[in-house]
Design a protein around this ligand. Structure first.
Ligand code: AMP
Length: 140
């Protein structure tokens, strides 16, 4: 039986997207990374075996070139919340990608994504929780 989440598109190849791409690629997933700034691909190491597209993810042609209709997972990991929500919504509603996850800087927008059935990762919240855990552990 083929495992789900085999074909993964990552929008944004900066610090977050490139790290995730490397992790998934070393896990033998088929990964396509899209970044409008081709220099961002330097963040990937030689072991990365995926496909690269140096284009703007907000262009429909880019999504088509990335074969979004075949994607099992779409990750919106650009550094812009509005871009991420827009492309995540297109992936979910128009292309019916089964799993869509978006990076979200602004914690107050999380509810909006939940209404759209889009999973979010909010580094701001995760960082605050991690800081708190370290602070409380030091108190013990
Ligand atoms: P970082 O904040 O280091 O994870 O980097 C975010 C990445 O998202 C950068 O490499 C940007 O070039 C990329 N990015 C931002 N907007 C877009 C876009 N519209 N299409 C593709 N990549 C983008």
């Amino acid at each position: 039986m083929s495992s789900p989440h085999e074909y993964i598109i990552i929008a944004g190849c900066g610090r977050l997207g490139s790290f995730l791409a490397r992790l998934l690629s070393s896990d033998n997933k088929s990964v396509v990374v899209v970044d409008k700034n081709e220099e961002a691909f330097n963040n990937l190491t030689e072991e990365f075996s995926g496909f690269l597209i140096g284009e703007d993810i907000t262009e429909i042609d880019t999504l088509i070139r990335a074969k979004i209709d075949k994607a099992d997972v779409f990750v919106a990991a650009t550094n812009d919340d509005n871009t991420n929500i827009m492309v995540a919504e297109i992936a979910k509603k128009i292309y019916q990608v089964p799993k869509v996850i978006a990076r979200l800087y602004e914690p107050t927008k999380q509810e909006l994504y939940q209404q759209l059935d889009i999973d979010t990762i909010c580094p701001t919240i995760l960082s605050a929780i991690a800081f708190k855990e370290i602070i409380l552990a030091e108190e013990e």
